[in-house]
Design a protein. Structure first.
Ligand code: GRF
Length: 238
């Protein structure tokens, strides 16, 4: 498999569509950064899977067009996935940023924007994927956790990792205090890396060939050829 190259747009800012479900502090960080033309990216639309969230208000306050695409307004999940894809397509994005978007996108969406969707997760993937990255890390008792920016692929929080930042767990942390500290790191990482991608483009390298499984390994071993996790591919920004 050949590397996939995503060059930056020539002589214009990269167009970002940001998807949100909650308070939108990551969105706000992008909006603030994009106010500077030197950042190289502009938020052209913000989409949500629900109404009445602070993230939508942040977009409106910034004068950015918004749309809401709710699963319950569609006959099934696949129809919702296509409707979301169509809404986003109208805004011709160079990059789709999932910034606290609490839905899994489906195959039609992924096929349309393949390699151009990034997501931020509040844990050091591949540890603690899923809805409660901070809570699960705390419950496990790790001493260091953090955040991950990755290219979205099929699966839960699986895909080529763009960048990560570490956040120490402190004595006395609860889920909220830990998640808030992770979110500070997340916003910094998101702004820094999305800006680099917008200005310089990026490349997704194919996964290295998996080593042959040792004779004694069980057949489900992760080293079995063909079972390489998608996150094993690498993303480089020149
Ligand atoms: C972030 O920690 C994100 O990784 C997680 O939800 C949080 C969203 O925060 N999935 P906000 O809505 O950007 O403030």
């Amino acid at each position: 498999m050949a590397p996939s190259h995503y060059p930056p747009p020539r002589s214009r800012a990269a167009r970002l569509v940001v998807l949100v479900s909650g308070s939108g502090t990551n969105l706000q960080a992008l909006l603030d950064a994009a106010a500077d033309p030197a950042y190289g990216a502009t938020v052209v639309a913000v989409g949500a899977d629900r109404d009445g969230i602070l993230a939508l208000k942040r977009a409106e306050d910034a004068g950015v067009p918004t749309f809401v695409c709710r699963v319950k307004d569609h006959p099934d999940r696949a129809a919702w996935d296509r409707a979301l894809r169509d809404e986003i397509r109208r805004h011709a994005p160079d990059l789709v940023v999932l910034a606290g978007f609490m839905k899994l996108v489906g195959p039609d969406f992924l096929a349309e924007f393949d390699g151009r969707i990034v997501n931020t997760h509040p844990a050091l993937l591949p540890s603690f994927p899923g809805m409660h990255g901070a809570r699960d890390a705390l419950a496990y008792g790790v001493k260091v956790t953090g955040c991950t920016l990755f290219v979205v692929a099929a699966g839960v929080d699986d895909g080529p990792i763009i960048a990560q930042a570490a956040v120490p767990v402190e004595d006395g942390d609860d889920e909220e205090s830990l998640h808030e500290r992770i979110k500070v790191a997340e916003r910094r990482l998101l702004v820094e890396q999305v800006g680099r991608m917008a200005r310089e483009g990026w490349t997704i390298l194919p996964a290295p060939a998996a080593a042959p499984a040792p004779a004694s390994a069980p057949s489900s071993s992760p080293t079995t050829p063909g079972s390489t996790p998608l996150g094993n591919r690498k993303v480089t920004i020149p």
